[in-house]
Ligand binder design. Structure first.
Ligand code: ADP
Ligand code: ZN
Length: 515
């Protein structure tokens, strides 16, 4: 009863949402907890209620100062004593107050929490700490999409705060990341609460595009329509250059658009963030630097211009729309050139493990782009959730279904021809061979003598190319980029397929029919 009355008194809600009560109870029992729930499901309440009941301070580790400031302000308005501490602060009175247990909720950056002297913790322990929450806990994991070195140091607090329950909270965690959070925070037999990731009000759509001015015009027209209906939009770009170009086009069309990227000064970024939150601009064009902690409930559209680097980041970024539960759209526009970015992303890796993780994550995102089955099912299953139905009815593939058909023969021809040509050409040459070309490059290399020569006349060059891209995304072919030259060769998986292929009893290779 105390829990419900506290919820009502401070937050004005009459009932707990799924999982909240059970999580709060476990924390009050002193149990470590891992909370994995979708954005907007109400994770914050899980660490905000216990201090009010136990009358002890809750420590909350959070990665961004702006996010902490927003939360502190909102809590103060509810009559909850809250403050934040970071290494940037010069004001020592807040730290003194904190030390003597004057706050219900104390936000700290990970650096601050790790560098504050032990005497701080020992005096605070005397008045009581009811929990240590690590928000955005996936930042701890190198497997996660937003690894932060400072988070890795948090385990040090475990020895200082021996009997304090640790609570990790995140909206995106695959099995691997979950395990990493538990290990990194040295959690003891934690209570694990995994909520559903299904954001039913979000529509997921994906389209293959050709980059260029005509697509940008299309995009501007689409966004204008959204804005006319009164919805905020975020456009995520993969490069700063794209951010600048799209912003320019949107502003040129008379729309109120702001931009946000890592090359802007801090002040300009904060200003941009604020103008979006306050509805002074309708569209925010940004790199993925924009977003953590955007608590704007009425974003109606999130558009990705370019294939995202992982499904974790796609889910999180697209998940910023429709927090208020109203139907909202997530559109992803990719071009084939995006898929060549993998080595660029790998450049950010500091270890071979991380490099592999980045590559795997990017492949999953590519497959998501190319798939013809329900996108929601794929997203949910990627996060380990079972989705019983094969169709959600609220993604592009469910609303306009493309059929899959057996492409074994065609895949055999293309892969076999690529192998026969030596595997050090791009896609074009083997396709020309299949289509029976006698161009100089082909006759010089005597590829016109190959048994494959001319066997693929029935389909256009573009048809074969699309098949090639699909085989790349499914891992049967690998594309290697050297300088600017791409070569395509058969992967071990593809070689296995070729070996197992007999004209009469081959395993069917199901791929969408291509145009
Ligand atoms: P998350 O951190 O999981 O993204 P938040 O904690 O920001 O989600 O909560 C999302 C929204 O849901 C907030 O506006 C919050 O006030 C609201 N909310 C949380 N718990 C409840 C509840 N029990 N009843 C009604 N609204 C709630
Ligand atoms: Zn679907």
């Amino acid at each position: 009863m105390k829990m419900e009355s506290t919820l009502k008194e401070y937050f004005g809600f009459s009932t707990f949402r799924p999982y909240q009560k059970e999580i709060i109870e476990k924390i009050l029992e002193g149990k470590d907890s891992l909370v994995v729930m979708a954005t907007g499901s109400g994770k914050s309440l899980c660490y905000q209620v216990p201090p009010l009941i136990a009358n002890k301070t809750a420590i909350v580790i959070s990665p961004l100062i702006s996010l902490m400031q927003d939360q502190v302000m909102a809590l103060k308005q509810r009559g909850i004593k809250a403050e934040h501490l970071s290494t940037a602060q010069t004001n020592t009175s807040a730290q003194k107050n904190a030390e003597s247990g004057q706050y219900d909720i104390l936000y700290m950056t990970p650096e601050k929490a790790c560098f504050v002297p032990n005497s701080f913790w020992s005096s605070l322990l005397k008045t009581g700490i009811c929990l240590l929450a690590v928000d955005e806990a996936h930042c701890i994991s190198e497997w996660g999409h937003d690894f932060r070195v400072e988070y890795k140091q948090l385990y040090k607090l475990r020895d200082v705060l021996k009997n304090v329950p640790f609570v990790g909270l995140t909206a995106t965690a695959t099995e691997k990341v979950r395990k990493d959070i538990i290990d990194s925070l040295k959690m003891k037999d934690p209570h694990i609460a995994v909520g559903s990731f299904d954001r039913k009000n979000l529509y997921y759509g994906v389209k293959s595009i050709n980059r260029g001015p005509s697509f940008v015009d299309e995009l501007v027209a689409q966004i204008s329509k959204y804005v006319a209906n009164g919805g905020s939009t975020i456009v995520y770009c993969t490069t700063v250059k794209d951010v600048q170009e799209i912003t320019k086009s949107l502003c040129g069309a008379g729309l109120k658009a702001g931009m946000y990227h890592g090359q802007m000064a801090n002040k300009a970024r904060e200003e941009s963030h604020r103008s979006f939150i306050r509805d002074e601009v309708d569209v925010m064009v940004a790199t993925i630097a924009f977003g953590m902690g955007i608590d704007k409930p009425d974003i109606r559209h999130v558009i990705h211009y370019g294939c995202p680097k992982s499904l974790e980041s796609y889910y999180q970024e697209s998940g910023r729309c429709g927090r208020d539960g109203i139907a909202s759209d997530c559109w992803l526009y990719f071009s084939r050139g995006d898929f060549g970015k993998v080595e660029f992303y790998c450049g950010e890796a500091s270890s071979a493990i991380q490099k592999n993780a980045i590559r795997d994550s990017f492949m999953a995102a590519q497959r998501y782009c190319m798939q013809t089955t329900c996108r929601r099912k794929t997203l949910l299953e990627y996060f380990g959730e079972t989705y019983a139905s094969s169709k959600c009815g609220n993604c592009d593939n469910c609303t306009n279904s493309k059929e899959e058909s057996d492409m074994s023969r065609e895949a055999f021809l293309l892969m076999g021809c690529i192998q026969a040509c030596g595997g050090y050409w791009g896609l074009n040459l083997p396709i020309d061979v299949l289509r029976g070309s006698r161009a100089k490059k082909i006759t010089e290399n005597q590829f016109d003598n190959l048994p494959f020569h001319g066997l693929g006349k029935d389909f256009s060059v573009n048809w074969w190319k699309t098949l090639g891209f699909q085989l790349i995304s499914f891992g049967y072919l690998v594309e290697t980029v050297k300088d600017t030259y791409r070569t395509v060769s058969v992967s071990p998986e593809g070689a296995k397929f070729l070996r197992s292929c007999r004209p009469d009893h081959q395993p069917p290779l199901l791929l969408p029919i291509t145009s």
